[in-house]
Write a protein that binds this ligand. Sequence first.
Ligand code: ADP
Ligand code: MG
Length: 157
Amino acid sequence: MNANLQWQTTVTAPEQTEELAAKIGQALKGGEVIELVSDLGGGKTTFVRGLVRGLGSPDKVASPTFTISKVYKAPPHQVYHFDFYRLDEPGLMAEDVAEAVEDPNTVVIVEWADVVQHVLPAMRLTVRFEPMPGAHERRLVFACPEQLAYIIEAAKY
Ligand code: ADP
Ligand code: MG
């Protein structure tokens, strides 16, 4: 299965990244896996904050860098937020990711997913945050298989 759908957009403020992610959150059905790719400060956690809000969760989203994973309640869903920054080896966390991926009510979002690539399904959305000349400007590049087209459609409108 290929990530054969691609779409990209440019945002010019953190609020815009959050809004875009909130629209995506509203469209999620549960069971989606989203990989966020950027350098530090690219806007990954900002995106998660919007997405969790869009899913209707009042939970506070912070960078899980020191705890690796966080769970946000968004009945009937929940969001598992993993951040493997500076982790060379995922250890048991890889099993946690694999388990979360299997749960149809769980939305899985992963920052710095390199060390858990082997447990990430091909059926996932990847969002790449690319730096732009403006300090608050980012290019967001979305890629996913056809089956996840509804996520990109939600981001567009
Ligand atoms: P990451 O999780 O990728 O390390 P964060 O979301 O934690 O990034 O931080 C992004 C930082 O960049 C925040 O301080 C945010 O305010 C700032 N920022 C500036 N412009 C944007 C933008 N367009 N989208 C997201 N964050 C932005
Ligand atoms: Mg982060």
